[in-house]
Write a protein that binds this ligand. Structure first.
Ligand SMILES: Cc1ncc(COP(=O)(O)O)c(C=O)c1O
Length: 383
């Protein structure tokens, strides 16, 4: 089979994009926040969308067995995980999925555990549902970021209803180990906690790490776990709006079947069929994009070492988000703001991911190496 090429957008194309990343940025600012890629989508998805638009096939979403079947095929191929495709529910996006599942399993005021730093919308979802956020931050030590199991145990004992996991982790870039996930499943089982595992970044795990789907871990995990995932991050189709809620246990599936039926057709027809195509036919594109991202994560390390040697950046194990500690630059309370104002380069500020990471910034390296070089040059200019 011919090797798939992933084409980078040209600078002119990027500036014409209508997505948040590009619309939000004034002309003199180079934008590297928002988790979307500056790469053309996979050809099978593009062809499908063109065909559907040409036929004006743009109605409401009805039955789509292709979605469960294609995800099961992908999960088997990628993670050796055999799953029941019948236990898959369609939702608009991961955010809607988490909010709707939280509404099913909690009432306002119930406690929900998260571990900061974490993807900023975890805070939005918790606020939206009126639950009480209990934060058990990751512990940062010389080995990197570690799960605070003692903290989690204490929190579980205090009556947590739901634990939202970000697996693999945005923004830390860590892929959880099997033992860690098994421990979480066991603790959740002992304390009657439901684990929502947000696995949207999982297909973007780099070759040296092994992603373990939470629900592949056997009956204990399946008894407590609900996975919410999408093709939107890995195949760059966030604007199409579709995600899936997965269970692998009859009792859990029954609880999830109480989701409002409308959640299904609130996903878009284009998004649902593009998602099925991504899982079924677009692994070669995914492999090609991973090759590119692998090169970019190392290239970023190289140019940061050369131009800003005091900043700390550990090459992530998944996805395309660099989590960079800027404390050594002494840029005050909000270094990301200084980089924007003085360097005209935008990233996501560390404080939006958690209360202890204000000195960090999150940079999206799913772009050309030329843009990455410009971004680091602008950081230098801001000093
Ligand atoms: C961990 C995580 N979950 C969810 C999302 C957003 O997913 P959606 O657009 O499907 O709500 C993102 C986006 O970057 C993310 O990083």
């Amino acid at each position: 089979m011919a090797k798939v090429e992933v084409r980078e957008f040209t600078p002119a194309e990027m500036r014409h994009h209508r997505s948040e990343k590009w619309r939000d940025a004034p002309a003199d600012v180079l934008p590297l926040p928002v988790a979307e890629m500056d790469f053309e989508i996979a050809e099978p998805i593009r062809n499908l969308l063109i065909e559907m638009v040409q036929r004006s096939d743009l109605g409401y979403l009805g039955p789509i067995p292709e979605l469960g079947i294609s995800f099961a095929k992908f999960a088997k191929n990628r993670w050796q995980w055999t799953l029941d495709p019948e236990q898959i529910h369609t939702v608009t996006d991961v955010g809607v999925g988490v909010v709707e599942v939280l509404r099913l399993f909690t009432k306002p005021g119930d406690k929900v555990l998260i571990s900061s730093p974490v993807y900023h919308n975890f805070y939005t979802w918790v606020n939206e549902t009126g639950v009480e956020k209990v934060d058990v931050p990751f512990l940062q030590n010389k080995n990197g970021w570690e799960i605070d199991f003692d903290g989690i145990k204490q929190a579980y004992k205090s009556g947590i209803k739901v634990h939202i996991l970000c697996s693999p982790h945005n923004p830390i870039g860590r892929v959880y180990l099997k033992d860690e996930l098994l421990q979480i499943a066991q603790l959740a089982h002992e304390h009657g906690v439901v684990v929502i595992s947000d696995e949207i970044h999982a297909p973007l795990t780099f070759a040296e790490s092994t992603f373990i789907p939470f629900l592949s871990l056997g009956p204990v995990a399946q008894g407590v776990g609900v996975t919410i995932t999408a093709a939107s991050k890995a195949w760059n189709i966030a604007g199409l709006k579709c995600a899936i809620v997965v269970t692998q246990n009859d009792a859990m599936s029954k609880r999830i079947s109480a989701l409002p039926p409308a959640t299904h057709y609130r996903a878009s027809l284009l998004g649902a069929f593009a998602t099925a195509t991504a899982f079924a036919d677009c692994e070669p594109w995914l492999d090609a994009v991973l090759e590119k991202l692998d090169s970019n994560r190392r290239f970023l390390k190289k140019i940061l070492n050369e131009k800003l040697p005091t900043v700390r950046y550990e090459i992530p194990e998944c996805s395309y988000l660099a989590w960079i500690d800027l404390a050594s630059l002494n840029l005050g309370e909000n270094p990301t703001k200084v980089l924007l104002e003085k360097g005209k380069v935008s990233f996501n500020p560390g404080h939006t991911f958690g209360p202890h990471t204000g000195q960090f910034t999150r940079l999206n390296f799913a772009t050309s190496q030329n843009v990455l070089t410009q971004a680091v040059d602008r950081m230098v200019q801001a000093l």
